[in-house]
Design a protein around this ligand. Sequence first.
Ligand code: G4P
Length: 292
Amino acid sequence: MDYQWYPGHMTKARRMMQENIGLVDLVIELTDARIPLSSRNPDIDALSGSKARILIMTKADLADPVRTEAFKKYFEEKGWMVVAVDARTRKANDRIRAYVEKACAAKRERDKRRGIVGRPLRAMVVGIPNVGKSTFINSFAGKASAKTGNKPGVTRGKQWIRLNKDLELLDTPGILWPRFEDRQVGVNLALTGAIRQELLEEQELSLELLGFLQREYPDLLLAKYKPENDGWDLPMDSAELLTKIAEARKLIRTGGEPDYQRAAKMVLDDFRNGKTGRITLETPPAGGNDSE
Ligand code: G4P
């Protein structure tokens, strides 16, 4: 399997990030709660340097709550502030604001010592494509926000969304490129829809998913697809399982063959839309550190 990420995009994204990170006090990094490791690019650690950081786990509404809690602990043990959210809602906004203050307390103190009072903190949202950056910015900024125009000392064209008198958000998020060195990372990104479908054949991808679900969420799999009066003996070969699913859902081509393509698409869509259940594809490394 091959994954392509164009070097030109990567260089441009990196340049923009470097330029913008210089302007902010705080980096709000977004990761997908269903693939918290695969959807992070560890380069962010080097890029954000000593800036304050908050990690937001988006799409927590689709993720396995037990694993989300385990990942929260795992990331917190690294010393980060972590919030798991459904980025489409504003429920966690107060908690995030409180964390922003906490994360930037040292910066505020430094400003005070230098006689700088009342300068709003500046934050930037970063993450891989589709992780929920725009959605989060909209929810976090909300209707009350006003865009502030160019200001002296700010690179031309940068727009800041004023959240309140204490906080401004850069309206353009920083795009991180996913890492494809590890095959499983590519599979995870394709399964959640973070990278383009064509990069991985749908059928091949659905077999990966079925293999994973048989191992880690067999009950959800059976509850979703097994007809009541049928006996499915898991684990079985994933191609055989796809056949059974196609037959159970009457996805049959003219001529009587199972329609693997439609069955594969259905299995993938059900997973992506949370219809199979709340599923997380990864578990925190035991005592390990993903960014090393
Ligand atoms: P980006 O700026 O990082 O590229 O991501 P964006 O906000 O555009 O979000 C990508 C998709 O993910 C959007 O779906 C958005 O609604 C969805 N999304 C973002 N955060 C959450 C979340 O916390 N929970 C859930 N369930 N969905 C979330 P979309 O516009 O329908 O796009 P698509 O699904 O058709 O790709």
